[in-house]
Design a protein around this ligand. Structure first.
Ligand code: NAP
Length: 285
């Protein structure tokens, strides 16, 4: 039987309905949730990501403002902008699109964010809360949170599951590992130095692939009943986008998230979820 596709929009739809209600409840308390996005440099993908946040925010009743800075912006100018947004009581969440232009001290910019406005969970305080299992105090990075929601949507239990996280990157692999451990999974993290990745993957109940290598996970490494979440975004020579998992996985496993249409289609809604969590953490709702 072909795998069931775990589509991001199918999970996003009910989430957006829930978010609309939360926004209404927050507005009833006199607070208008507002997201500020900082777009530094001329990276085309970042522009698209920033626009997609605006598109999702407005139907939910969330205010949006975009701060565009040129390629030659300095670290000092960016930290000054962050200071201004941190101090603005009308702004509840700040997101700095990555990558930043060459020469910018990324950590200096990210570490300047007020942790309670850091809606992509990049500040060390938020990382620490997540690592220490205090998720109620944390703003959690959106992409791993999307992976978690997709796994949960399958109904396959996370507690007690053997999960392989392929990739130990800061954006996906590391925070996702904490989210899964916090939920009682047994997690194996694989990366470029791991031996026999195929054997590790074969004995997993759930696999999340986040390495950025087209078709790296081969169909013959997979077995029936597995849940596969494909986070990879890779551009093929013909311009099409594909994931880290061989598309033939769909003929073998129980659930697989498509690329495109999987994790990426949910992430923007999760950012809005985090914005409303930020309002709560700021003691405003
Ligand atoms: P990253 O920080 O560059 O990390 C990549 C990880 O992959 C590293 O841990 C690296 O191992 C590992 N790796 C690379 N080649 C490998 C190989 N041949 N075998 C085993 N491991 C290998 O990347 P990231 O930011 O986490 O992103 C990962 C992927 O997710 C990318 O394709 C990115 O575009 C995608 N992504 C998608 C979304 C979305 O919304 N769908 C959001 C964010 C990222 P080492 O640590 O040993 O070098």
């Amino acid at each position: 039987m072909p795998a069931k596709l775990v589509k991001g929009l199918e999970v996003a739809k009910p989430l957006r309905e829930e978010l609309k209600k939360r926004v209404e409840a927050i507005k009833a308390k006199g607070v208008n949730p507002k997201l500020a996005v900082v777009l530094a440099g001329s990276n085309e993908a970042s522009k698209v990501y920033a626009q997609s946040k605006e598109k999702v925010a407005s139907p939910l009743g969330i205010e949006f403002e975009l701060h565009i800075k040129p390629d030659n912006v300095t670290t000092d100018e960016l930290t000054a902008l962050i200071d201004k947004l941190n101090a603005d009581p009308k702004v509840h969440g700040i997101l700095v699109e990555l990558p930043l232009p060459k020469g910018i001290a990324k950590e200096q910019v990210m570490n300047r964010l007020n942790p309670k406005k850091d809606i992509d969970g990049v500040h060390p305080f938020n990382r620490g809360y997540l690592l220490g299992g205090q998720e109620d105090l944390a703003l959690v990075p959106a992409t791993p949170k999307s992976c978690l929601r997709l796994i949960e949507s399958t109904g396959v239990p996370i507690e007690g599951a053997n999960v392989t996280v392929l990739g130990r990157g800061d954006t996906v692999g590391r925070p996702l590992t904490s989210l899964l451990i916090n939920r009682g999974a047994t997690v194996t993290v694989c990366h470029s130095k791991t031996k026999n990745i195929d054997a590790v993957i074969k004995k997993s109940d759930i696999v999340v692939a986040a390495i950025g290598r087209a078709g790296f996970v081969k169909a013959d490494w997979l077995t029936a009943n597995q849940v596969i979440i494909d986070v990879g975004i890779n551009q093929l020579p013909d311009g099409s986008i594909t994931g880290d998992v061989d598309p033939k996985a769909q003929e073998i496993v129980a659930f697989v998230s498509p690329v495109p249409g999987g994790v990426g289609s949910l992430t923007t809604s999760i950012i809005m979820d985090n914005l409303l969590d930020a309002v709560r953490l700021q003691g405003l709702a």
